[in-house]
Design a protein around this ligand. Structure first.
Ligand code: ACO
Length: 319
């Protein structure tokens, strides 16, 4: 995560809000913002470098880089090609745009490309500089978001652990429904008004869609992988709002103690939120080798999805 930490109290110095309101409505306490000369690719590069070190792979072996982002450094080329350049990698590199669901979408793409047999060492990065899309005059959205990046290395390898008969990404389900386009969007874009735009959100409606669609997709991913919710060791949800996380845990009847929540530390970092939560859970020795993990996310589009994963060597780090 970037170094500039901003607490609710600090935010209240320039926005008409309070720690009490933000904490009660969202569970968020702090977020981090990039510095003036820091970009999405800087955070993404840092996360990717750490993930490569943790995975103990050579950068020369990385053959695929996918960056899930809504906030590229430039409108084009892709942020992934900048990360490739900074790493000095020789890989196919491109971005995936599914806003807060981006990391799940990127995982799904990576899994398909690895399964097809051509790619063997892939970095999937979730990176977003949401602060650049915030309208500081809109207190209903500006208090919820932060900046960050996280990355995982996906590798094609044979399962030599006989304890489990399944391994890696067991299922991925992804969905989109453009009829909900206007519920969460920016009010600008390249081909509409040539502006970047600010976030606009129908908070209450998004809340209801989030609880329904996150639960539905997790259920679907469990069915595809032939697992039950009771078999899940850890659920790593998109970190948008503690109330959404708790409502989904209630609905899915999963023990809240098995649900990783880091939203209070960084707010909604969009595509970065799941890898940041994963990093926290791994570095705190919560997620262990062999654990069965559920992950799910929803974002603008609307776009949503879920994955069920049997963790191999857990490898991801953050900025
Ligand atoms: N500080 C203080 N007061 C505020 C703030 C603020 N930052 N923002 C709004 N208010 C006020 C409103 O003006 C309103 O005042 P009024 O009653 O005098 O009119 C009051 O608080 C209640 O406003 P609501 O919009 O009704 O607040 P609500 O309880 O719906 O909470 C929230 C808003 C937190 C956005 C909620 O709708 C929500 O959690 N939605 C989910 C959206 C979300 O998490 N999105 C993340 C991005 S999407 C994604 O990643 C899935």
């Amino acid at each position: 995560m970037p170094l500039n930490k901003c607490s609710n109290d600090e935010l209240s110095e320039f926005i008409d809000t309070s720690d009490e309101w933000i904490s009660k409505r969202s569970g968020i306490k702090n977020r981090h913002f990039v510095s003036a000369d820091e970009t999405t690719s800087d955070m993404a590069y840092f996360a990717a470098k750490k993930a490569i070190e943790s995975a103990q792979v050579s950068v020369n072996d990385i053959d695929l880089i996918i960056v899930a982002t809504t906030t590229p450094d430039n409108t084009f080329p892709s942020t992934a090609t900048l990360v490739q350049k900074k790493l000095g990698a020789n890989s196919v590199s491109f971005d995936v745009q599914a806003v807060c669901a981006g990391f799940i979408f990127a995982l799904s793409v990576a899994k398909s490309m690895i399964t097809d047999g051509i790619y063997k060492n892939c970095i999937v990065i979730g990176a977003d500089t949401m602060s650049k899309l915030l309208d500081w005059k809109d207190r209903t959205t500006s208090v919820l978001f932060g900046d960050g990046a996280g990355a995982v290395v996906l590798q094609k390898f044979r399962n030599e652990n006989k304890k489990y008969d399944d391994w890696g990404i067991l299922s991925n389900v992804i969905h989109s429904d453009g009829q909900f386009y206007d519920l969460l969007k920016t009010n600008g874009g390249v081909s509409s008004n040539q502006k970047v735009g600010f976030i606009e959100m129908s908070g209450k409606e998004i809340f209801k869609h989030a609880v329904d669609k996150l639960s539905f997709s997790l259920d679907e991913a469990l069915k595809v992988s032939n697992k039950k919710i009771t078999e899940i060791d850890w659920l790593v949800p998109h970190q948008a709002n503690q109330r959404i996380i708790s409502a989904v845990a209630d609905k899915m009847k999963i023990d809240i103690n098995k649900v990783i929540s880091t939203v209070k530390n960084h707010g909604n970092t969009s595509a970065a939120s799941i890898p940041l939560a994963l990093d926290h859970a791994v570095s705190s020795n919560m997620i262990l080798n062999g654990n069965l993990i559920g992950m799910h996310a929803i974002g603008g589009g609307l776009s949503w999805g879920a994955s069920i994963i049997r963790i191999g060597k857990p490898i991801f780090l953050k900025k």
